[in-house]
Design a protein around this ligand. Structure first.
Ligand SMILES: [Zn+2]
Length: 498
């Protein structure tokens, strides 16, 4: 941080500060004052820059951009995305049951194309991006129960950008799209199934993210993935998630991008800004005991996936002004599913990105014209600029996740005795660039975190005069450059750590 500032910058800073001070509500003002107090006790520059919470009214003026992340997402090029979508469409069908050995038509051609594209990107990464095909045999599950008439080989294309900080490299973030497609019948392997929006859009976004992100270094590991078998029952994602669980992989977050290509809805609404982020509230893998606790003290709005969604909104509001992040507090749309679900069922935090207004004439439809209406998932119905916006939102969020420390582990709210104070404790993070922690809070009826307080590099903290009965609390970790982790929501624990 530079010591000498020019006079006009100082003046502008002072004016901004005054405006913020006079325009905030009293509770926000208290939070602000508390943060200023906390700053005085902290020594690192990172902490000084890292004192903002999540309420834009309070915080935006204090937050500094990571200019490298801004530069990185500006490199995302919609022309590359359009080229990928049109190339995937050119294989005629990508139905999981279609030909695997035809070089020009069918899912095998798409698989080889994607493997080659990721491999080319890897060549420019100095050996840090590695690419593999994850192939498995899916047993037959014939209709009407299943969508796999006979045993079928399914291949996920997996590109791994290894984290550059040894202590963080085993922490993994996964971003995915599905490259298989379908026409009206999920088991028709012969019909044309262009799948431009569902889901060449998501795959093209992931490939473009890999291109710009593999030129940079991140503390943690990022996996860019194109899976198959989604339309057959989330098969590729299920296999990956099951393997990850068996190998005890530390997947801290998973994003699926599915139907992220259309800004003109079937309802006639054109909305090139809104990106829906679906996140579940009650964890899919919740135990009976956890459900009992939740009934007692709440928390149905505070799963790790919900914290991830709030993190994405914070990042998006700051880095991708072209996007309006719409948090949807449900796992997925009515009657629909996506590749985040097998991750959720195995205890991994996961969300789905999706366009705001779908057009069902262009999903899962045989290509045809009926009564003057064009059906089919064709590339002319895709908005490539919109996909680029979604890709930038993904890339900025992944970058900020993989640069930040891990979210705090072992977070507990001490319930052993009745008190009007709130004691929160957590396990020490051992990453070398850790600076400290922030406690965040909100009213129990508020949808987003509204306040934060830097508490230094400690593993427990007492919020004096604030009862755990009246607020929701959380903890996040901050590194020396001010990068923050997503929030961890505490479980009740009987005793304090001391
Ligand atoms: Zn899909």
């Amino acid at each position: 941080m530079k010591v000498v500032r020019t006079f006009p910058r100082l003046l502008a800073f002072a004016l901004t500060f005054l405006m913020v001070l006079t325009s905030t509500l009293s509770s926000n003002f208290i939070a602000h004052a508390q943060r200023r107090g906390a700053r005085g006790r902290n020594r690192t520059a990172g902490e000084n820059r890292a004192s903002a919470g999540t309420n834009p009214k309070v915080d935006q003026s204090n937050r500094s951009f990571n200019t490298e992340v801004k530069r990185m997402i500006a490199e995302i090029d919609q022309r590359n995305i359009e080229r990928t979508v049109r190339r995937l469409v050119s294989f005629g069908t990508r139905n999981t049951l279609s030909a695997q050995d035809n070089p020009t038509r069918g899912i095998g051609a798409a698989r080889d194309y994607l493997y080659n594209e990721f491999s080319q990107i890897a060549q420019g990464s100095g050996g840090r991006l590695t690419v593999e095909k994850q192939t498995f045999e899916q047993p037959a599950a014939p209709p009407p129960q299943g969508r796999v008439p006979r045993a079928t080989l399914i291949t996920n294309v997996v590109a791994t950008l290894r984290g550059s900080q040894a202590e963080s490299a085993d922490r993994v973030y996964v971003v995915s799209g599905h490259y298989d497609s379908m026409c009206t019948s999920p088991t028709d392997a012969d019909c044309d199934a262009p799948g431009a929006n569902d889901d060449a859009s998501g795959v093209a976004a992931v490939l473009e993210m890999a291109r710009v992100m593999s030129k940079r270094q991140f503390d943690a590991t990022i996996i860019f993935m194109a899976v198959a078998g989604e339309e057959q029952g989330l098969l590729g994602a299920t296999y990956f998630a099951e393997q990850a669980k068996a190998k005890n992989m530390n997947i801290e977050a998973m994003f699926t991008n599915d139907i992220v290509g259309n800004s003109l809805g079937g309802n006639g609404v054109r909305d090139p800004r809104t990106v829906r982020v679906f996140s579940e509230g009650v964890p899919s893998n919740e135990t009976t005991q956890e459900a009992t606790t939740r009934r007692s003290v709440g928390g149905e709005n505070d799963s790790s996936s919900r914290q991830l969604a709030r993190f994405i909104k914070d990042v998006g509001d700051l880095y991708v002004p072209a996007a309006r992040v719409q948090l949807v507090y449900r796992r997925d749309r009515y009657g629909r599913g996506g590749d985040h679900i097998p991750f959720l069922e195995r205890g991994f935090a996961a969300i789905r990105f999706c366009e705001p207004n779908e057009d069902y004439r262009h999903q899962h439809q045989n290509v045809r014209t009926e009564n003057g209406v064009a059906y089919g998932d064709l590339p002319e119905f895709v908005d490539y600029s919109y996909i680029a916006t979604v890709a930038r939102l993904n890339a900025a969020s992944l970058a900020m996740l993989a640069l930040a420390p891990a979210r705090p582990k072992g977070v507990g709210i001490v319930t052993g005795q009745l008190t009007n104070d709130t004691e929160i404790r957590w396990t020490a993070n051992t990453e070398p660039d850790l600076a400290g922690y922030e406690i965040v809070w909100r009213e129990t009826s508020a949808p987003l975190w509204t306040n934060s307080r830097a508490v230094g590099n400690v593993t427990s903290f007492v919020m004096r005069g604030m009862s755990k009965d009246n607020y929701f609390f959380g903890v996040r970790a901050v590194d020396r450059t001010g990068n923050r982790s997503p929030v961890s929501y505490p479980r009740p624990v009987a005793r304090s750590a001391r």
